[in-house]
Design a protein around this ligand. Sequence first.
Ligand code: 5GP
Ligand code: ZN
Length: 115
Amino acid sequence: MNSECIFCKIVNQEIPAKVVFENDDFLVFNDINPKAELHFLVIPKLHIATLNDADFSQENLLGRMMLLAPKIANENGSTNGFRTIINCGKIGLQEVYHLHMHVLGGQKPLGGFGF
Ligand code: 5GP
Ligand code: ZN
């Protein structure tokens, strides 16, 4: 728990979010500014700032985080595929420094990366 972190505050219900899935280790909620028909954020409840800060003691946690993507996508109507994104650090234009995986989908094909 990092008291300055907005996603830790969501985990602790200090800030509201539209939660679509929760278990002991993860929370999944709607992105407040969706970039697709469906846009979820999958976060570990444990505060890990970035993917650069994760280590091999967390490989099981990170593997399970990845496997939540198809479950969340399919159970919420993104039945023909989806996109995952993890932005990391300054170069990745990460805005919120609590590790999260974007899951974007819906029934319409997503746009390109648009770099
Ligand atoms: P990043 O650029 O760090 O990968 O993405 C951060 C994401 O968090 C953005 O897509 C942004 O819309 C979302 N976000 C930022 N603040 C909040 C919030 O308070 N609630 C929710 N649900 N999403 C947020
Ligand atoms: Zn946090």
